[in-house]
Design a protein around this ligand. Sequence first.
Ligand SMILES: [Zn+2]
Length: 328
Amino acid sequence: MKRRLLLVALAWVPVWPVAAQTAATQTPAPSTAPAAPAIVAAENVYGDLATQLAGDGAKVTSVLSNPNEDPHLFEASPSVARALSEARIVIYNGADYDPWMVKLIKAGKAANRQVIVVADLVHKKAGDNPHLWYDTAIMAAAAKALSAALIAAAPPGKVGYEQRLLAFLESLKPVDAKIAAMRVKYDGAQVTATEPVFGYMATALGLVMRNERFQLAVMNSTEPRASDVAAFERDLRQHLVRVFIYNSQATDPAAKRLLDIATQAMVPVVGVTETMPAGQTYQAWMTAQLDALDTALNRSSAVSKPGPSMPAPSKPAPGKPTPGKSAP
Ligand SMILES: [Zn+2]
């Protein structure tokens, strides 16, 4: 749910103890420009969104920003609580991806703070795939909510916030066009992954994702079943999948072993991350990952031919909604 609260002007203290992301521009906003509200994003993908929408002088802090750490194992430090106490707008993923954020918000009440829970905007809950930003429609919904919060927090900036929202939504169109073009080529192609991180994008591309139970076990840091591991290995060794999507942020030994098997079996590997790499934008990041997957799927169509005993993968009827596709 989006909590709209009464807004009271508060002096903002520009001290950012956690990895701070400032606006892309180096020049300070003119003194006549309305002060941008301080924003804390639990994940840097939403921090990037906030930076794009808030514009010049935006004060955006992203808590999770290290693509070498597993976000599912993150624990917040006291500096995060301090940043939250100074924020006018807070955005986090929800769906049990960042439970530490829920605790911090409950612990430190702030009268003039607006909180956006992305999962709640699109009716996702604990147990659903939490990697919501791999669905561009969910990012569009998050952008609209964030823009509305910015306008509520700083009404004089309304025109600018609206323009930047439109620019963001426009910039998603080439990403969606790329997804649509790839879907034409790869609808029904069987793939597999070590974690459900890429799940929403795979669904949008029409890919058939195999070994999902294994992926959930890895995501939840539990031991995958022996039979699930065996099935995964068979998929790789017998080339039942065209690509192997590897979450390079996961340090799970079972996933690493499968990476070795995929490499040996010459199944093309596509690395994905859940935290946005530094120096990227959401749009550029998604495009780069789609390009890498496109290249790998193209390559696999040349090298991995199904054996004579294998049935051809069944293609879903065109135009039919794919099960699991989110309804934003
Ligand atoms: Zn994950």
